[in-house]
Design a protein around this ligand. Sequence first.
Ligand code: HEM
Length: 209
Amino acid sequence: MSSLAATDSSASREPAKVIQPAWVRAMHWTNAFAMILMIMSGWQIYNASPLFGFRFASSITLGGWLGGALLWHFAAMWLLMVNGLIYLITGFATGRFRKKLLPITPSGVVSDVKAALTFKLAHDDLSKYNYVQKLLYAGIIAVGVVIVLSGLSIWKPVQLSWLVALFGGYDWARYVHFFCMSAIVLFLIVHVVLALLVPKSLRAMIIGR
Ligand code: HEM
């Protein structure tokens, strides 16, 4: 009994392992906030001149009308761009991206997808991402870069005509912008559902351990 008690108290004195550093959590939630504003105001902008045969319900849009939505879109843009740039620079400079997201091998992805579909994917060590996570996180960072670049090209098509040309013209840049938004919304839905299914991971993103 006494030896058990000794073990317990020494274990409780050990600092809990930090899974997500504070800077990652701060940028993650800032990014989530900015993204929600960008998505909802983007949907209002879309409604003014829809690319497809549908409109978004006004209850899930932001800005009230085209002018208001553009103001929200450009205000949140600064938050997203500054936060995103600092996140990218810190991620590369600290080696976090290399350590956490690489390597991504096709065989690793296939075996982790199989494990996930049969509910055999381990979630014991949250500080290590599985191959599906690595692929999704690296992919969504790339989509984030493309949505910013396509957004810049439809915002300043004259000044950034070379960027517009890279997308194949203004109309294509608009489609690319929309499809990136769709990928981000899909990612967000899967990301939130998985975080709720593995509460430890949500806790790590809120308090770090
Ligand atoms: C930070 C860089 C961004 C810039 C400079 C930017 C700029 C713009 C501009 C100028 C428009 C109006 C396009 C038009 O008049 O047809 C627009 C539309 C839109 N944006 Fe962004 N945007 C950015 C990021 C984002 C993000 C992060 C999202 C969502 C995740 C988003 C979602 C949308 C949507 C859904 C539309 C409406 C699409 C359309 O109908 O053309 N944007 N954006």
